[in-house]
Design a protein around this ligand. Structure first.
Ligand SMILES: [Zn+2]
Length: 295
């Protein structure tokens, strides 16, 4: 048994495919070596046997940022959503009726588990550009200490992902209702400006010809090519072309270049701005139904 109550209405699968661009340097904490704060990288081997290393926006970090966006979302009663629901990090409430735990899952150690139905993927940068190490004047943790030595700043080194790196990313929802998916749409959009640890933060949807590289699928049966980029791809030009080709490759589908449907609505795909507007409509519905709810 999943432990989930019967849904109030039809369940669907939902997918979000996007290419994000780091708007500036980004730091994603990985390991702290002596006085050097490392970012996370991944190593992979290309088909020709060459081993390479790339920067990485890890799916688990995005998941954490999205959950925090929901728990810190502003409610009309002056509380944040996590306070209103008594759902926190790491103390999740694990209730199936919690709009956050219902999709992100929850865990009360040794007592209760609620299976998450949202998974995150991708995140391997396209460009093969290693982190840059920079010197900073004072480590942020020193500011918290009541230590007289903090009057003389301790220099430290921190690695950063270079600005302009592109990260193909994917969010997948398994058997959720449209109401439940509203939280995912809200969290996805709201988290963009908050990606990264420390400061600065923020990534944006990468635009090509003024159109965001974004695809949203809602379906009962998967159709079409999934706009996923191989982690071994190092050419931005090729990666963008592959994303756009796959986004439009839905055999037997009808619709225009921005919306494709197949088999009587068993599969629907929104592309570019229409995908963005669809996500915004779901996010708005989340605000009205959950954040502005009178209770
Ligand atoms: Zn919860």
């Amino acid at each position: 048994m999943s432990g989930l109550p019967q849904a109030n209405g039809q369940r669907y699968h939902f997918d979000i495919y996007a290419i994000l661009e780091g708007s500036q340097e980004l730091y994603f904490g990985h390991e702290v070596m002596i006085n050097v704060n490392m970012v996370e990288t991944v190593r992979l081997v290309l088909p020709n046997g060459e081993g390479i290393e790339k920067c990485y926006l890890s799916p688990t970090k995005r998941r954490g940022i999205e959950r925090r966006c929901l728990l810190w979302a502003p409610c009309s009663n002056g509380k944040m959503l996590g306070e209103k629901l008594n759902c926190h990090i790491p103390k999740t409430c694990t209730k199936p009726e919690c709009p956050v735990c219902a999709v992100y899952g929850g865990l009360i150690t040794g007592r209760q588990t609620l299976i998450g139905r949202l998974t995150h993927g991708g995140g391997v940068a396209i460009q093969q550009l290693l982190p840059e190490e920079k010197q900073r004047a004072m480590h942020p943790s020193a500011i918290l200490n009541d230590d007289p030595s903090t009057n003389s700043p301790t220099p430290f080194k921190r690695q950063y992902n270079e600005p302009g790196l592109l990260y193909p990313i994917y969010n997948h929802c398994l058997s959720v209702t449209e109401d439940e998916f509203q939280a995912v749409a809200y969290a996805f959009l709201d988290s963009l400006a908050r990606i990264g640890s420390g400061n600065p933060k923020g990534a944006s949807l990468y635009e090509m010809d003024n159109t965001p590289l974004l695809v949203v699928d809602k379906y009962l049966v998967p159709h079409g090519a999934r706009p996923v980029i191989s982690p071994g791809e190092t050419s931005v030009e090729r990666a963008l072309q592959i994303f756009q080709d796959k986004a439009r490759r839905v055999n037997g589908g009808t619709g225009n270049g921005e919306y494709i449907t197949i088999s009587n609505g068993n599969f629907e795909r929104w592309i570019g701005w229409s995908a963005y507007q669809r996500l915004q409509a779901w996010a708005d519905a989340f605000v009205n139904r959950v954040l502005k709810a009178n209770d």
